[in-house]
Design a protein around this ligand. Structure first.
Ligand code: COA
Length: 302
């Protein structure tokens, strides 16, 4: 389909990225996708929406600058409030892993008991569909989990290095009557230095994974599954080679969903659990990278 209007081919996309299909919102509402993922997570946890006492939503896709998506999801789930705080976090593709870290702090201090952490993205809306550099990569998706008190987040490592230009998407903006317009860039599509991101992703993930595994007093062999951000199959393959771990420990779905930003890891988790591959007690290492440049890695006992 893409090769009909872009100078690209199925062969190029498959060999360079691994991606074969993606899901794109058309006449569905983005907020419904986010709410549905949330409802399924609450059901899978054996809870009902009113048991949730905090909602955190990772996204860069909300249609509104305000109100935030977590509050819209709260409404969609029928949680009346006011005793269920909600907030969005924007850490691009790493939002789910950063979210785990925030939830852990809220749970550890008893400020919440059942937190809904949802990651929802409509990345295809950011793409300039005439730019083959970006538009062949991204897909839409949402994933969610419910987190409760415990000690199963064994180690984490979050980083941030200011590099504005490697992946950038500007808020739609027009000059006000009081501005000249100078310095306001009205270009509204995602721009990315693909090769640079590729290199940084492999280097930083290999480094961060080694660090969290050591911090937890574990070895790579102790990890049951490595749930890596799904941006490009070749990135994950390079990380796997650095870690010298078998392929079956690295589930992937970028072939079917493309890069769904922060939704990628919870989508992987959901598939693994529902297929019966990921079991209670398994050690899961989650690692993501993204715009910022930001990385996040965590080890969780499921
Ligand atoms: N179809 C066909 N050809 C394409 C193309 C496309 N969609 N995109 C780029 N090309 C061409 C380039 O123009 C270049 O041609 P040239 O050799 O004649 O100059 C050639 O393919 C190789 O380009 P290059 O950029 O080196 O390819 P790559 O192997 O690095 O793959 C990405 C490009 C973007 C797929 C890859 O770098 C990547 O996945 N980077 C990470 C991006 C990412 O993860 N972003 C999100 C972070 S959360």
């Amino acid at each position: 389909m893409l090769s009909e209007f872009l100078d690209t081919s199925d062969e190029w996309i498959t060999t360079r990225t691994g991606i074969k299909t993606r899901h794109i919102l058309t006449d569905e509402r983005f907020e419904d996708l986010a709410t549905e993922a949330s409802a399924r997570a609450i059901e899978a946890a054996g809870l009902c929406p009113d048991d949730i006492d905090y909602i955190i939503c990772s996204n860069v896709s909300n249609y509104y600058v305000t109100p935030h998506l977590a509050s819209i999801i709260q409404g969609g789930l029928g949680i009346k409030g006011p005793n269920c705080p909600t907030m969005d976090i924007n850490v691009a593709c790493v939002g789910f892993v950063y979210g785990l870290d925030i939830c852990d702090a809220l749970l550890a201090t008893g400020r919440a008991h059942n937190i809904l952490l949802v990651a929802a993205e409509e990345c295809t809306r950011f793409c300039d569909w005439t730019d083959r550099n970006c538009s062949v990569l991204f897909g839409d998706g949402a994933g969610a989990v419910v987190l409760t008190q415990g000690d199963n987040l064994l180690a984490r490592h979050m980083t941030s290095t200011p590099m504005r230009d490697v992946i950038v998407y500007r808020n739609p903006m027009e000059p006000t009557p009081f501005e000249t317009g100078e310095g306001i860039d009205t270009h509204h599509a995602l721009e990315m230095k693909g090769r640079e991101v590729f290199r940084m992703a492999v280097t930083s993930a290999s480094r961060d994974i080694s660090q969290v595994v050591a911090d937890a007093g574990l070895t790579f062999d102790d990890i049951d599954y490595f749930l890596l951000h799904q941006a490009n199959l070749r990135i994950n393959e390079a990380i796997r080679e650095n870690l010298k771990q078998p392929e079956e420990k690295f589930p992937t779905n970028v072939q079917r969903f493309g890069n769904t930003s922060s939704a990628a890891i919870p989508l992987l988790l959901d598939e693994g659990v529902r297929e019966g591959r990921i079991k209670r007690g398994d050690l899961l290492l989650m690692s993501a990278f993204g715009a910022g440049f930001v990385t996040g890695t965590a080890i969780v006992r499921y």
